[in-house]
Design a protein around this ligand. Sequence first.
Ligand code: NAP
Length: 302
Amino acid sequence: MRPICLVGIGKIAVDQHVPAIAASPDWTLAATVSRAGTVDGVPAYTDFAQMLAERPDIDTVSLCLPPVPRYDYAAAAIAAGRHVMLEKPPGATLAEVQALAAMAQDAGVTLYTTWHSRMAKGVAPAKAWLADKIITAAHITWKEDVRRWHPGQDWVFAPGGMGVFDPGSNALSIMTEILPAPVHLRQADLSFPANRDTPIAAELAWTGNVTGSFDWRQTGPQSWDITVETTDGTLALHDGGAQLVINGADVESGPDREYPALYDRMAALVKTAASEVDITPMIHIADALTLGKRHVVDAFDF
Ligand code: NAP
């Protein structure tokens, strides 16, 4: 088993990364780096440079920090010859992810920009079914409760936090994976809380009659749905891509293996020091923030 270091022991590290590594046949959690968080029984560092210097046995790091601080950690890891796995969205800006990709190539190490929702059960069969279809329309409904999924995480509303596009990037990662031809944004209406720097809701419209409604104020049942209309009928992905329905018939659904699948993929990549870097979901976020009309809505506090 290959040793790996997990950096940024917060919500997603605890919810998903730690259990996925523990169950993996490829990886053993050899260290953590976090200012406050730890994992029982695992050597814990608070300083990343110290871990890099003291643990040459660990050649891979998985960065679970929010996007803004993540670049400095990734750059330091690559400079120290480590393979790097990035949580989504892979950076705060497009250019910094491209810079990391170039650094990784020069250093001969793996850089993997993970998009966990692409590993949801229904996504690969949805892509396969749509590959030869004529798409007439598509709609994304991505509405969830920020207090439930990002409790007290002020960074999501700080510059670079991307607001509702933090979870929205999951929908965009699926959209860019399953549509047989690329689309580009034509219009964006963004709702900014009066006291915040990033949007809490967004209405987007792309070419190809593709639209999206994103909202972080949804209490009660959560909605993570994508519907694609084709000349051969309707494809629907529900529950963040876990359930696939085609023309009303259940085609695929099953237990969530998104994070185990990411670690399987990383294990395959590091064997040949290959990289997998995809910024296309982030391009749509950047375009929305470039093109978007700003609407000011009620102030938001956790
Ligand atoms: P989080 O709990 O707020 O942050 C993770 C950890 O990063 C924190 O516990 C903190 O650990 C460290 N950190 C935060 N700010 C830092 C800074 N400025 N410098 C250094 N370390 C810092 O966030 P999260 O929910 O786990 O999300 C992290 C990433 O995972 C995001 O990109 C998010 O999109 C993605 N993600 C989140 C979810 C979710 O449901 N929350 C789901 C999928 C993916 P220390 O204070 O101990 O250093």
